[in-house]
Ligand binder design. Structure first.
Ligand code: GBH
Length: 473
């Protein structure tokens, strides 16, 4: 039902940023090199049964060694910006210090290489690779982790803040908190609903403290941002509005509330009262979290469909978040809200393709936060690519997915949404977390034996969009 999102010829405004994104653990490899110590993802991926096929990020795309060729690839595609993340365990291998100069040097070379090629560096401080030492001391559920993050932000700000175009504090704290500490499908794989909510708060606190530290240490004129993965819920049943409200509170407003309004939503505190009393929120925390940002990063892949459980029929949960071993990503709403099978079509992740959800999300953010500039910091799709006999990689499904979502973003902009740019996830096929190397999101194929890169058809299509600013056929 979304054939009408296939417009071509749409013109994006002058200055609109076309970029691509990756994350440190997913692409770098070199896991034990130049002083890096393990992160929670090294530990998790080496724990039997946690990641598909026992895959790890030990080598990944070997971007740590091949970064120059990867920058040439981006520049060949005509991309205007690169969203990458900095591995905390390279900079401060035990999380709190000492500082590892070799780690800083890697990102310094990367940033210089981007600037030499006219590509804007958009750097995320935390894309899930928490130093294992900090997890051993309690991880995100403890306040000291936010203290450590502030010091890490100071170090990185002082080293790179003269050249970074956009600083992003966190990538998708929803995943870090709920998948890491509640559902357990992500590192560190814990199943503690109360700890997941404490993690939410300490991630929010880390964001606010890091923004202040970055502002104090950056000598250039960077923009400041955070990236959230918004849930776009559709409701079913008599109490559809209540189901939507609960999901929106836990998934979206738990972060936008403190970050952008300086408060936790009252309904969130009520919904979770049986799980925690939120006593980890201390005086002054909300002021520390509520810092101005220049741009809000939006990651969008698909919608969810929810309804309130009727208390009688067998409970359903098809959200892809339910762990086999029983963890929940929805503290306080597990078993209260049901996640239903979604109408297709689907990507290889089983996520439904719903470009209209992106248009709706951008309009909703415009309405909730008038005047807030937005950036799509991730959008893209996994499909089972087949390499053609001539070595090319035709990926019509991914190309079509991207076309529809760019169309959706353009429609939102035509309705007044201040959208500054768009980053396709991902530049490269890479380590897809719990799915290992079985799911490919790249616009560039990576052969994980030879590590050779091949631009897919979607990459060529995106290159034309990035060069011309006009949505190609
Ligand atoms: C992002 O996470 C990550 O930032 C990135 O590292 C990752 O590689 C990429 O996306 C692809 O996964 O489960 O059916 O309810 C996205 C995580 C995906 C979690 C969508 C919520 C909702 C669909 N989110 N998911 S469903």
């Amino acid at each position: 039902g979304n054939a009408d999102y296939r417009d071509s010829g749409l013109v994006f405004p002058e200055g609109f940023t076309f970029g691509s994104a990756t994350a440190s653990y997913q692409v770098e490899g070199a896991a034990a090199e130049d002083g890096r110590l393990p992160s929670i993802w090294d530990t998790f991926s080496k724990t039997p049964g946690k990641v598909w096929n026992g895959d790890t990020g030990d080598v990944a795309c070997d971007h740590y060694h091949r970064w120059e060729a990867d920058l040439d690839l981006m520049s060949g595609l005509g991309l205007g910006a690169y969203r990458f993340s900095i591995a905390w365990p390279r900079i401060m291998p035990t999380g709190t210090g000492p500082v590892n100069q070799a780690g800083l040097d890697f990102y310094s070379r990367l940033v210089d290489g981007l600037l030499e090629r006219g590509i804007r560096p958009v750097a995320t401080l935390y894309h899930w690779d928490l130093p294992q030492t900090l997890e051993d001391a309690g991880g995100w559920p403890v306040r000291a982790t936010a203290d450590a993050f502030e010091r890490y932000a100071e170090v990185v700000g002082a080293a790179l803040g003269d050249r970074i175009h956009t600083w992003t504090t966190l990538n998708e704290p929803w995943c870090s908190a709920y998948l890491g500490y509640g559902q357990g499908g992500h590192a560190p794989g814990r199943h503690e609903p109360a700890a997941a909510l404490a993690a939410v708060h300490h991630l929010n606190l880390a964001h606010g403290r890091a923004l202040q530290a970055l502002r104090a240490t950056s000598t250039g004129d960077p923009e400041y941002s955070v990236t959230l993965n918004f849930h776009v819920p559709r409701g079913r049943g008599d109490q559809a509005a209540e189901a939507i409200r609960r999901v929106d509170a836990l998934a979206n407003r738990a972060f936008t509330g403190p970050m952008l309004r300086g408060e936790y939503p009252a309904d969130l505190l009520e919904d979770t009262a049986s799980v925690t009393d939120w006593s980890f929120v201390k005086d002054g925390d909300l002021g520390a979290i509520h810092q101005p940002i220049d741009v809000l990063g939006v990651n969008y892949y698909s919608t969810v469909t929810v309804q309130m459980w009727d208390g009688v029929s067998p409970k359903q949960n098809n959200d892809g978040h339910k762990a086999a071993d029983g963890g929940t990503a929805w503290p306080g709403s597990d078993g209260v809200v049901e996640f239903l099978e979604q109408p297709g079509p689907y990507t290889a992740m089983g996520w439904n393709i719903a470009p209209e959800g992106l248009e709706e999300l951008l309009l909703s953010l415009r309405d909730q936060f008038p005047g807030q500039a937005l950036m799509v910091t991730e959008n893209g799709a996994a499909f089972d690519d087949v390499v053609a006999e001539d070595g090319s990689v035709p990926d019509p499904d991914r190309l079509d997915y991207l076309r529809r979502h760019f169309t959706a973003a353009h429609r939102a902009m035509a309705q007044g949404v201040d959208l500054r740019g768009y980053f396709v996830w991902s530049l490269l096929d890479n380590f897809e977390w719990g799915y290992g190397y079985s799911k490919r999101f790249g616009i560039v194929r990576v052969d994980f034996d030879s590590l050779e890169r091949t631009v897919k058809d979607s990459g060529r299509w995106y290159s034309e969009l990035a060069r011309t600013g006009v949505l190609p056929d």
